[in-house]
Write a protein that binds this ligand. Structure first.
Ligand SMILES: Cc1ncc(C[n+]2csc(CCOP(=O)(O)OP(=O)(O)O)c2C)c(N)n1
Ligand SMILES: [Mg+2]
Length: 311
């Protein structure tokens, strides 16, 4: 595959940044400077990097809920935005997400419909987990997207678990991309821990959608290294649902060590580069944290008044 060196290294750096962001945010959570439960998507870093490498500023991207922080990698966003809390921006294609999982997929399908109606060559990439994929709202969105040939790529991120339930206990077939046939749209499974393979499939599906070829479904196979979620101290934690040794093995096969090996095999990354990038990324995150926190908060009341005035 002909991916420019620069793009490969950008994806590596993006994946490292994503992982380090989780670590930083976990520390913030532990020290009480963020509210609520903490979710992370460790082990799933290749998928948002491969998606963002194919999107433009005016395109729309909804990461899976545990990967909202990956928006920093989308053109038009930067790291400081993640710490400012000001992510919502229709012009940069982020319309928020619903914690009633799956309910937002129709909203993003609406973004694709608006793009089609305006004749813009914008694309939407909308991601959700394999547990969420069974929600009726997603079925409805796919029916509409297929019927109207909307420029949207659905990415089902199969990290094997929904809470403590393994997906194979729910799905009575092996290849989740088979679902696409029922909607009459192209479907493809890919090793979502192989960033280059994922990049290639996303590129194909995004280009088809952008040029009027309609929607598609990508199933990115990965593994959730993170717990279901970190709970406040003292709350009960569900564990013990993974077979013994599975987590440790998956950690070794994670997308970051794998890509590091690939890049060093291609002569693009040395041990010294790895260390340098780690340090640079840590500095960038520290700077982004202090910049982001100084930015003014969004006045959502003003947004609502604006929306009402527009109506
Ligand atoms: C409609 C709805 N049902 C249940 C929940 C509770 N819940 C939060 S995360 C989660 C697991 C979702 O699994 P999956 O879609 O596979 O995403 P993953 O957690 O694996 O990233 C559930 C059930 C919710 N937030 N919304
Ligand atoms: Mg899951």
């Amino acid at each position: 595959m002909d991916v420019p060196e620069e793009k490969l290294l950008w994806m590596y750096r993006t994946m490292v940044t994503t992982r380090k962001l989780y670590e930083t945010m976990y520390e913030m959570y532990r020290h009480g400077s963020s509210l609520g439960n903490f979710v992370a998507g460790e082990g799933e870093e290749a998928i948002p990097a491969a998606i963002c490498a194919n999107l433009r500023r005016e395109d729309s991207y909804k990461p899976n809920f545990r990967q909202t922080s990956c928006l920093f990698a989308k053109e038009g966003y930067e790291l400081a935005d993640i710490f400012s809390g000001n992510l919502f921006d229709a012009e940069r294609g982020y319309l928020g997400f619903s914690l009633a999982l799956g309910e937002d997929v129709g909203v993003y399908t609406g973004f694709a419909l608006a793009a089609q109606m305006r004749g813009a060559d914008q694309v939407c990439v909308c991601t959700f987990g394999e547990g969420t994929a069974s929600k009726g709202s997603i079925h409805e969105a796919m029916v509409v997207a297929a019927a109207w040939q909307l420029p949207i790529v659905f990415v089902l991120q199969n990290n094997q678990y929904c809470g403590g339930t393994r997906y194979s206990k729910v799905y009575r077939f092996d290849d989740l991309a088979d679902r696409a046939r029922g909607y009459g749209i192209p479907g493809r499974s890919v090793d979502g821990n192989d960033v280059m393979a994922t990049y290639a499939v996303v590129r194909e599906f995004v280009e088809r959608a952008r040029t009027g070829g309609g929607p598609g479904l990508i199933v990115a196979e990965t593994y959730r290294l993170s717990p279901y979620f970190e709970r406040a101290p003292g709350e009960i934690v569900i564990e013990g649902y993974r077979p013994e040794g599975e987590l440790e093995e998956a950690r070794g096969n994670g997308p970051i060590p794998r890509f590091r090996k690939t890049l060093s095999g291609l002569g693009l990354l040395t041990e010294a580069d790895v260390e340098r990038i780690d340090r640079e990324v840590e500095d960038e995150i520290a700077r982004a944290m202090s910049d982001g926190r100084q930015r003014p908060r969004v006045d959502y009341d003003q947004y609502i008044q604006y929306a009402v005035a527009e109506l």
